[in-house]
Design a protein around this ligand. Sequence first.
Ligand SMILES: Cc1ncc(COP(=O)(O)O)c(C=O)c1O
Length: 360
Amino acid sequence: MTRAYNFSAGPAMLPQPVLEKARAEILDWQGSGMSIMEMSHRGKEFISVAQKSEQVLRELLSIPDNYKVLFLQGGASTQFALLPMNFRAEGQSADYIVTGAWSKKAIAEAKRLGDVNVAATTEQSKFTRAPKQSELTLSTSAAYVHYVSNETIGGVEFGYIPDTGEVPLIADMSSTILSRPIDVKRFAVIYAGAQKNIGPAGLTLLIIRDDMLQKCPDSLPSMFNYKSLADSDSMLNTPPTYSWYLASLVFEWLAQKGGLSAMADVNKRKAEKLYQTIDTSDFYKNPVELGSRSWMNIPFTLKDSKLDAEFLQQATQKGLKTLKGHRSVGGMRASIYNAMPESGVDALIEFMQEFAVRNS
Ligand SMILES: Cc1ncc(COP(=O)(O)O)c(C=O)c1O
């Protein structure tokens, strides 16, 4: 069997050693005679997995003690609604920075429930850049400032953490979390769907500063209330145990690889060589401004879109799969999360160069 290089934006490739370990443990987890997914989430076996996963994640991201880590369901999209429900008080507004499809969805959900202020939008430049700090019109009375640190569809990433003064900063890091070290203390809340850089779909990670939890209104249904979820250690109901277990294997794999600084070196190198291939050819194009280019999701177009189908078909034959761009933008997109080996990026570059020569 040969594993393909899977460039999907999510659910995305998982590290092979993680899948191998999961396979080895699937019938009999550590001598228990059953799979971890068949066990009670309240039993000591699963609790040990849950605790270990949090401990390793805390070490990887250097999460300070005054932050809770939650392992929830619902995906990042559910948080688009839960964030304003938990943190925006009656009559208060929240600031949103809009840089693409996902931040638009986040603000749309927040708008259903109350007031929002567009602190900046780059729609006029077709979402091909992140705004500069000087372009943000922030309000000191906002409940929080929300932004998407990496727009998965447009491939636009903030090269800096916005300074929001005393106003809590909330980031959707679904497609960039764990790709490099981050300064967690700059954030009030970080959240991410798991299916890109954490593990399989079904799990959603939240890192929430303790003082934020004091703002969650008691009137909220408990499954929607971050404080209730935190107080129950993410076990108010049955959590997605198998996804959580796989995430724990991913965290351990990351630790074994040398942690997030080591991942950052590889990720930077992978992204730079792919951008260089695009920029030095007159066959491929990436529209994103330098300084806002994503390390994780790299969209590109071909000189002639009539060649798209052929490009995808030949790439697939070479084991380079799921390169089709998002339906809303077309073209191609290579998602190169932690689990994409550098050899996968090298193989893609080689294919792109050959394809360009053959079709120029
Ligand atoms: C940046 C970002 N935010 C939110 C989402 C939505 O995530 P979910 O499908 O987990 O709700 C995605 C999904 O691709 C995403 O890339």
